[in-house]
Design a protein around this ligand. Structure first.
Ligand code: FAD
Length: 311
């Protein structure tokens, strides 16, 4: 059994969550190859080669991959997919954009967002917004899998580097999509999905200004990433990519602050695996307190500045 992991990277290095995805691949196969696709991404391939458990890195480097279009990457994966028993990618927008195309072309059922490898063909995955765990057995010859990175311990980096093999870049003859431009938000804060501490705010912050005013000093003190409930995002208090939950990002930091967040099931789906949860809410009956390790009942506009000052 040989697994192929599709690397999410920034041209110079793997995204940190790839170490968890590779751990899932190691758990369900005997051998793991990593495919790095992009334009000018040799450094990312070198990074992948140092991850323990990786026996080979395949590098497809070409101008046709500029912008990282899913159509182009999927075509590259399909061109080399023969012989692989498992194809894995992270359950991020990157992986969710590519793997369904591959599953459809291979005529297999995708196994989405696995949280545990039971055996080479059996996996656990959350359903109903995480209210239940389904154990899924795939009888398909190739298992096409997205991985919830927070559920797997990160693979470490070893001293020995695996060989890097150049693979011929595939060109898609007709794609109706093209990348017009890319913008990334400049921030000094850690990546939300990889942060050890997350300070998240909800509708209780009441305005964009207050969201920033209350949460930014606390997040800076704790070197934390800033997250938000969907209500806060929809109200324009926080950027879209801050959303935590069923339709946002899934996080599992060491410490999660839920501030002015009620604790709807769709929010819990994205953060309930956090190691320690601190909730600040003026309503003592808010559902968030049922999963919080520490709860502060009161007005966040008084409690958050006090907490920040005490820290
Ligand atoms: P509210 O539920 O309005 O809670 C605000 C809280 O702030 C209340 O508990 C209140 O007591 C407290 N509060 C108010 N003022 C103060 C104050 N001054 N001091 C202290 N506390 C105060 N939601 C997500 O978060 N993420 C998702 O990914 C997501 N996906 C969804 C997908 C679907 C299909 C659906 C139907 C819903 C989804 N939702 C998601 C929305 C979810 O159901 C809730 O509506 C949302 O999480 C509520 O956000 P909130 O807790 O910030 O707001």
């Amino acid at each position: 059994m040989v697994a192929l992991v599709i690397a999410e990277h920034n041209d110079s290095a793997l995204r940190p969550t790839m170490l968890n995805v590779i751990a899932a691949a190691v758990a369900c196969s005997n051998e793991v190859h990593v495919l790095v696709v992009g334009e000018g991404c040799a450094a990312a391939a070198q990074d992948a080669a140092t991850v323990e458990g990786v026996s080979k890195v395949l590098l497809a480097d070409g101008a046709q991959f500029a912008g990282g279009l899913a159509e182009s990457i999927a075509a590259q994966v399909l061109a080399i997919s023969g012989g692989y028993t498992h194809i894995l990618a992270p359950a991020t927008p990157f992986g969710k954009n590519i793997l369904p195309r591959i599953a459809a072309k291979l005529d297999v059922s995708q196994v989405s967002e696995i949280t545990k490898v039971v055996s080479a063909d059996t996996f656990e995955r959350p359903i109903y917004a995480g209210s239940a765990i389904a154990t899924v057995r795939s009888k398909d010859p190739v298992k096409v899998i997205t991985v919830r990175a927070t559920s797997f311990a990160a693979q470490s980096k070893g001293a020995a580097a695996a060989p890097i093999e150049a693979t011929a870049p595939v060109t898609v003859s007709s794609t109706r999509a093209r990348v017009v431009s890319k913008e990334s938000l400049a921030t000094d804060r850690p990546d939300l999905t990889a942060a050890k501490v997350v300070v998240a705010g909800g509708r209780g912050l009441a305005s964009r200004e207050n969201f920033e005013q209350q949460l930014a000093p606390l997040a800076t003190k704790l070197h934390a990433a800033v997250g938000a409930s969907r209500a806060a995002v929809d109200a324009g208090y926080a950027a879209n990519d801050c959303q935590v939950g069923q339709t946002g990002k899934v996080v599992a930091p060491q410490l999660y602050f839920a501030i002015g967040i009620s604790g709807a099931i769709q929010h819990l789906a994205g953060m309930k695996d956090s190691k320690v949860i601190v909730a600040i809410n003026k309503d003592p009956d808010a559902p968030i307190f049922s999963i919080a390790d520490y709860g502060l009942v009161g007005d966040l506009n008084e409690l958050v500045p006090q907490l920040t000052a005490a820290l």
